[in-house]
Design a protein around this ligand. Structure first.
Ligand code: TYD
Length: 154
């Protein structure tokens, strides 16, 4: 099993889509192993978007990410990092496939409502950035035997 980080951005929270997006992840079969509301600040955003701090759009991106609280989620499942990335869709929501979260709920490159970790390595780093260890819960879902076939859970 892998655990990945999802952020429901201010563009999700403000549009009152929290429940709808959480529902999509749950219905796919991902287990919520951590979830909390947080107000981000410049410091954590400079870490989280370290690969983008020198880009001209960074100040606008940081402002959009601080515009309201966000919801941070830890989602667990077999190959969860790739599954969640695929559900998220292309960064520019106008180019995202229909059926993806961005393709179904957003129209913007920046106000694209969700963040999802892009690799197993980054998922571990990002989970540690947004959650204390005791805020991530390791429990068994009662329906696992019906979500996965024999041997699929490793
Ligand atoms: P990035 O890590 O490239 O994409 P993703 O979120 O799909 O992993 O970019 C991080 C965020 O930066 C992206 O979700 C929205 C913002 N962004 C812009 O506002 N303009 C841009 O041109 C790009 C590439 C990203």
């Amino acid at each position: 099993m892998e655990t990945t980080l999802v952020l429901l951005k201010p563009s999700c929270v403000q549009r009152q889509l929290i429940g709808e997006i959480v529902n999509r992840f749950e219905r796919r079969g991902l287990r919520i192993s951590g979830m909390k509301m947080m107000q981000l600040n410049e410091d954590i955003l400079r870490q989280h978007y370290a690969h983008l701090v020198d880009r001209p759009f960074f100040p606008g991106l940081a402002k959009s990410m601080m515009a309201s609280p966000i919801v941070a989620m830890a989602l667990t499942g077999v190959e969860a990092v790739q599954v969640v990335r695929d559900m998220t869709g292309f960064t520019n929501a106008r180019k995202a496939d229909a059926g993806t979260i961005r393709g179904d709920y957003a129209m913007s490159n920046q106000q694209n409502i969700v963040h999802a970790s892009d690799s197993i390595e980054n998922a571990a780093i990002e989970l540690a950035r947004f959650f204390r260890p005791e805020e991530i819960f390791d429990y068994h879902s009662a329906v696992e035997a019906f979500l996965y076939g024999a041997g699929e859970m490793g």
